[in-house]
Design a protein around this ligand. Structure first.
Ligand SMILES: NC(=O)c1ccc[n+]([C@@H]2O[C@H](COP(=O)([O-])OP(=O)(O)OC[C@H]3O[C@@H](n4cnc5c(N)ncnc54)[C@H](OP(=O)(O)O)[C@@H]3O)[C@@H](O)[C@H]2O)c1
Length: 232
């Protein structure tokens, strides 16, 4: 799990596999993150909206692992968009995490109807980057039209665009656009989450017969096959 990494467009190294804490209840987060760190994860993905930044910070401190060895990513929620609001939101997140510097700070999603607030929020990220409060900045859930407008109105090209990508939702065009601009596409729900079908039923990539056959042929689990697919 640890070991391989990608180089972001500003030279910062990011571990290729991270541990996400979306929907991890705060009272389970310290144990979950500590365990993840013990088994080798060195990248934790949280968000202001997940309500567990304080517990992520506590787990980091309890782990005893040197701060420089763990890559911490968090996200600004849309209710805090706007330049001053986002600077304030970062102070709150950093305070909860107990960190002087966050490795990667991203906008959780665009606010298409009030895009000027999204731009203001991103300019706050640029300011935090220049001040050294964050090592890299980026966005999440940005579709081509949002990226195009952001690139036209701001100075720093995002280092990442965190988007839903898995074998049932490949997003080839968006991956190509990100790559064209030197933006690393970071997959959320990398092993598929829950897939809902038109008839109302739901399933999982983990039960997909093709992925299952590949996994059996290589002596791996379906989840491992999908993570390898992303990395390659
Ligand atoms: N930016 C955004 O808007 C956004 C949105 C969604 C997610 N995210 C980020 O992406 C992270 C991952 O999202 P996700 O939870 O939806 O991802 P996922 O790829 O769907 O993985 C979670 C699912 O995989 C199962 N699983 C986990 N490890 C496994 C293993 N080794 N073998 C087999 N199954 C395994 C889990 O089962 P159990 O439930 O049984 O553990 C769960 O069903 C989140 O925590 C968050 O950090 C970001």
């Amino acid at each position: 799990m640890s070991g391989s990494s990608f180089t972001l467009n500003n030279g910062v190294q990011i571990p290729s596999v991270g541990f996400g804490v979306f929907q991890t209840p705060p009272d389970e987060t310290v144990t979950a993150v500590q365990t993840a760190l013990e088994v080798g994860y060195r990248h934790i993905d949280t968000a202001a909206a997940y309500g567990n930044e304080r517990q992520v910070g506590e787990a980091l401190r309890r782990s005893g692992i040197d701060r420089s060895e763990v890559f911490v990513e968090t996200k600004i929620w849309i209710s805090d968009y706007g330049y001053d609001e986002t600077l304030h939101a970062f102070d709150k997140s950093a305070g909860k995490l107990g960190l002087d510097q966050v490795d990667l700070l991203i906008l959780h999603q665009p606010l298409p109807d009030e895009f000027e607030l999204t731009i203001g929020a991103y300019k706050a990220l640029e300011k935090l980057l220049a001040a050294g409060a964050v090592r890299a900045i980026g966005v999440s859930n940005f579709m081509p039209e949002h990226l195009t407008r952001l690139l036209a109105e701001t100075s720093v090209v995002p280092s990442v665009n965190q988007i839903e990508v898995h074998p049932y939702f490949r997003q080839s065009q968006l991956l190509a656009l990100d790559a064209e601009h030197g933006i690393l596409s970071q997959a959320w729900s990398p092993i598929g989450g829950i897939t809902f079908y038109r008839d109302g039923s739901h399933g999982s990539t983990l039960q997909d017969p093709t992925i299952g056959r590949i996994a059996a042929a290589h002596g791996k689990t379906p989840a491992q096959v999908m993570l390898r697919w992303h990395i390659q």
